[in-house]
Design a protein around this ligand. Structure first.
Ligand code: PLP
Length: 419
């Protein structure tokens, strides 16, 4: 039966999933439905919530800012929350990232990064327009984001409009050399403007992890050929992989970096694209045709910037990385019972993220088992949303041992019930 709501939900097949769960409130790692059921948010509400829902410091900052300034045009005008935030971001992100461009989502942060790269080469008078990306990558759902992401069922109808990129094989263990060789060959052919990567782990592509050493080497090859290295840290940023940013583990400084999901602690939409000074400088000219022509109406919304600043203060004051490390230890214990279980393969973890694949049956995003698992978890008051046959957990950092214990027990139970 069709739902009577006029809402068309994201990544939702309404014919299969007619009813959305009505949520009334959230607190810490828990959501509460309108009829009072409590649901554990094991995927941080699609990877955005870091410290927990409604962290008091962020909520207070939002309230305070709402009393002062709600929104203002960001061309020709600026405001204190954005100025402070930009300075703090430049200070805490890898050195060399000196300019901050604001937008509203991970997808727009990626679009901005691609446009920065193309503008850089054009204004320098070099004909470089090629983009390299990893197989299996996900960089958002706008046309540019889809173009650099993996092609498949998600974007088949739009394929005629997507631009071509050269794809490098995913550097799974043992295949690293293949990736590096493909990268070297592509760079030598010339015309490459930039490489875009999700550092250390492909998110929507199936929570696939690769070694930091590969990333270090990838950056080195890019540098050799003057290819800009774009780090899409939209999911990996803000502690998810055990360090503030994933690039740190590879000791890599990107030329352009995208951050979004956890930037406001998961409270309000906001994104930033940071870049090297020479990328800004290539656009810097009294010739107005060299302007960086990009904006969205709500660029650097003051309330969202205030929420992000409050998030950075939490990073200063609270032992956030210790919490992530504690979650990583709990993942390790929780995963132990599945390591020798033949029903699973690829048991893996990095920082606050844990994942495992169902060994038998279909694979891929449309694997029929995905929605059944989702329902199995939801009936146990857990929000777990498998990517096809991949079950993953990415909880808020305030999650506790007994809560994660409950999730791992549920994985055993739900799989036990599968026909
Ligand atoms: C989620 C995600 C995006 C897109 O972010 P939105 O805010 O959903 O537009 C881009 N890149 C990566 C790596 C992501 O995980």
């Amino acid at each position: 039966m069709k739902s009577n709501s006029p809402i068309w939900h994201p990544f939702t097949q309404h014919a299969v999933q007619p009813d959305a769960t009505l949520i009334a409130s959230g607190e810490g790692a828990w959501l509460t439905t309108a009829d009072g059921r409590r649901i554990f948010d094991a995927i941080s509400s699609w990877w955005v919530v870091t410290h927990g829902h409604r962290h008091h410091h962020i909520m207070q900052a939002i309230k305070d800012q709402a009393d002062r300034l709600d929104q203002v045009i960001f061309a020709g005008f600026t405001h204190e929350p954005a100025e402070k935030l930009a300075r703090r971001l430049v200070a805490m992100t890898p050195p060399q990232l000196e300019y901050v461009f604001f937008s509203d989502s991970g997808s727009t942060a990626v679009e901005v990064a691609l446009k920065m790269a193309l503008g850089f080469w054009r204004h320098r008078g070099e004909k470089r327009t090629g983009i390299l990306a990893l197989e299996g990558a996900y960089h958002g759902d706008t046309i540019g984001g889809m173009s650099v992401g993996e092609r498949g069922v998600f974007n088949a109808p739009y394929d005629p409009l997507l631009f071509d990129v050269e794809r490098l094989p995913f550097p799974s263990a043992g295949r690293e050399e293949t990736t590096l060789r493909a990268l070297g060959a592509a760079c030598r052919r010339g015309g490459v403007a930039a490489l875009i990567v999700e550092p250390l782990i492909l998110g929507a592509g199936g929570m696939l992890i690769y070694a930091p050493e590969v990333l270090t080497e990838v950056k080195r090859v890019c540098e050799t050929h003057g290819v800009l290295f774009i780090a899409d840290e939209v999911m990996t940023g803000w502690g998810r992989t055990g360090t503030l940013f994933a690039c740190e583990q590879a000791r890599v400084t990107p030329d352009i970096a995208c951050y979004s999901k956890g930037l406001t602690g998961g409270s309000l939409p906001l994104a930033v694209t940071l870049c090297r000074a020479d990328i800004f400088d290539a656009h810097y000219s009294t010739d107005r045709s060299r302007t960086f022509f990009h904006s969205s109406s709500y660029t650097a919304n003051p309330i969202a910037c205030a929420a992000a600043l409050a998030n950075l203060e939490i990073w200063d004051k609270e032992p956030v990385l210790e919490r992530v490390a504690a979650i990583a230890r709990l993942h390790s214990l929780g995963l132990d019972r599945f390591r020798d279980d033949r029903r699973f393969t690829n048991v893996r973890q990095i920082g606050s993220i844990a994942a495992l694949d169902l060994a038998s049956g279909e694979t891929g995003y449309l694997a029929g088992v995905g929605p059944r698992l989702y329902q199995g978890f939801l009936s146990r008051n857990l929000l777990v949303r498998p990517l096809g046959n991949t079950i993953y957990i990415m909880p808020p950092y305030c999650s506790e041992a007994n809560e994660l214990g409950m999730v791992y027990q549920a994985i055993a139970d739900v799989i036990g019930e599968m026909p």
